[in-house]
Design a protein around this ligand. Structure first.
Ligand SMILES: C[S@@+](CC[C@H](N)C(=O)[O-])C[C@H]1O[C@@H](n2cnc3c(N)ncnc32)[C@H](O)[C@@H]1O
Length: 221
């Protein structure tokens, strides 16, 4: 599929409404400088997450999958001064680069980066009875998305917004015979979401500078 029109429109919207300042530009640059995969959200998606955080008046945000801190910075900028974002990253190199970007964006006090496997950190947060989050963004490894969502519900309260990225996977989600673990993880997650009585949810398909994909958006009842 020729993606040129979608990319151009995405850039058009981004140039108007999701303009990156130097901290965000440096964060994108740090991804290529450090040979980190270019799998952060796009500028428009970052702005979308920022607006979602504003809409739910988020004081506490949880993110799974920091990479270099690009989506982290977009969301943290929607927090009030005393707000807090906890972001979880497994890869130590990614975490090191992300911390530098977070410091460079002047967000050191507002963002806490926890290094480790999402499942371990989430289990500890629940055991420690950490305060519920207003918004949770799931963007780590895809196969355990359904399990991450279960943990997220234990760290949520009525009204918490849970957003999960990459659940359409270039349309491969329709392939019932897929052997791709990421596709299978997203299929399992989407089915679980459709049957989960604790939330009301939809999936917004996304096209643009990133591959054709989708974000699941759920609100805890
Ligand atoms: C898609 S990237 C995150 C992109 C980031 N949210 C952004 O948009 O700027 C996924 C990240 O999740 C991390 N990751 C993968 N498996 C993980 C796990 N089990 N626990 C925590 N982080 C993990 C990867 O190292 C990678 O940095």
């Amino acid at each position: 599929m020729d993606n040129t029109l979608f990319e151009n429109v995405d850039k058009y919207i981004g140039d108007l409404l999701a303009v990156e300042d130097s901290a965000l530009k440096k964060t994108i640059q740090s991804i290529s400088d450090n040979d980190i995969p270019s799998i952060s959200v796009s500028a428009n998606q970052g702005k979308f997450l920022h607006i979602m955080a504003l809409l739910c008046h988020a004081n506490r945000i949880l993110e799974l999958g920091t990479l270099a801190g690009y989506s982290t910075i977009w969301m943290a900028r929607a927090l009030p001064v005393n707000g807090k974002l906890v972001t979880v990253e497994f890869n130590e190199q990614h975490a090191k680069v992300a911390q530098k970007n977070i410091d460079g964006a002047g967000l050191t006090a507002r963002i806490e980066l926890r290094v480790g496997k999402a499942a371990d950190i989430l289990a500890k947060m629940i055991a420690d009875k950490e305060e519920a989050f207003d918004m949770i963004f799931i963007d780590a490894d895809k196969p355990p998305y359904a399990e991450y969502f279960g943990y997220a519900l234990s760290l949520a309260k009525p009204g918490t917004l849970i957003i999960c990225d990459n659940v359409i996977r270039d349309g491969k989600i329709l392939d019932k015979n897929s052997t791709d673990e990421n596709v299978k993880g997203a299929q399992r997650f989407n089915k679980m979401l459709s049957q989960n009585a604790k939330v009301t949810a939809t999936i917004v398909a996304t096209v643009g500078v990133k591959e054709f994909d989708g974000m699941a958006i759920a609100v805890v009842k």
